[in-house]
Design a protein around this ligand. Sequence first.
Ligand code: SAH
Length: 379
Amino acid sequence: MHDEATGLKPLEATGLTPLEVIGLKPLEVIGLKPLEVIGLTPLELGALMPRDGRPSPTRGKALWRWLREEADVPATTWPESLPELGRNALSELQRHVALPDVVIEERYVSRDGTIKWRLTCRGRPIETVMIPTATRATVCVSSQSGCTRWCDFCATARMSFGGQLSAGEIVAQVLLARRAATVPLTNVVFMGMGEPLDNFEAVLTAVRVLDEGVGIAPKHCTVSTSGVLPRMIDLWERSRASLALSLHATTQELRDRLMPRVKRWPLAALCEWMRAASEAPLNGAKPRHFFIEYAMLRGINDSDADADRLVALMAGIRARINLIPFNASDGLPYGRPDAERIRAFQHRVIAGGLLTIVRETRGDDAAAACGQLAVGRAG
Ligand code: SAH
């Protein structure tokens, strides 16, 4: 009775319920709202729609195809029927999982084609941005409603914290952007609202679901962090997702001022770990590099001395530097260096041997640029 093709055992041989097979307790027992269908992989959904007592990857994949290609986004109604599934399987599934509770509140389209959505997830406000180029699109997703890291130059820090998003709510944002894009949506960046590593399991689950359900590989998902070191290590070990560190300062003193809620993980410790991880890729796997985000703040962190310190800090680290010209938002007491200063800084870092790009500002007129996401302020 062992399925040769999939290696899956019949359920009764495991003595487990379908939910236990995918590592979950029945919802009635843990008293949670139902799981969201788009927070589960095709295989997990297949375990919840067994055929002849066995998990059915075919059914799971068929349902995911429907979710991806046909369902409304955000999906609010189940299909009447799906030929590959049959009514029983669908109604069995509906006992365990729900469609996500995501509502589109507003949609803004920028002159450059960037689209920003204001959404509510279970009533909590978030924002999502789709950024197209001529050939492909990237979606910038939120991982929390608001954030508790309170970086001094970030608009999200000024709104109140609304809580964690579920994996399904993260995936819903990607499906929304994917459907709206006129070019293939190939990349996901966790650079919307929130500190993704403060919502670690949901983010990791979303990365897995995006891989298996949507076809976006982990390496095309970039998780950006203010520097939650223990979770950076976990992410590096448990996932092939790309990691971006928001550095923004080259001295501990300045970093503490700009990013007071990540003092616990000093620059020296962050760099030491990145250096070690750069040297020894796990089990002979291809070496991976880190992205370093550096918001350029006029007169604060944009001097030649800063550029030189940045180069020195990055010694031995496989790093790609992204300079983000500061994006102004009401009430943020910082300014953007002029283009010449940014270019000089970039060239100095490049001369120091580091691949360095200046991130183009997109979606500015829709208040959709980096660091402008804050419901009620930037909308
Ligand atoms: N919490 C995550 C994701 C934040 S948003 C993190 O800290 O990495 C993605 C990037 O935009 C971060 O590097 C963040 O520091 C930066 N950012 C925030 N506000 C900005 C602003 N006003 N101008 C430019 N970049 C900003």
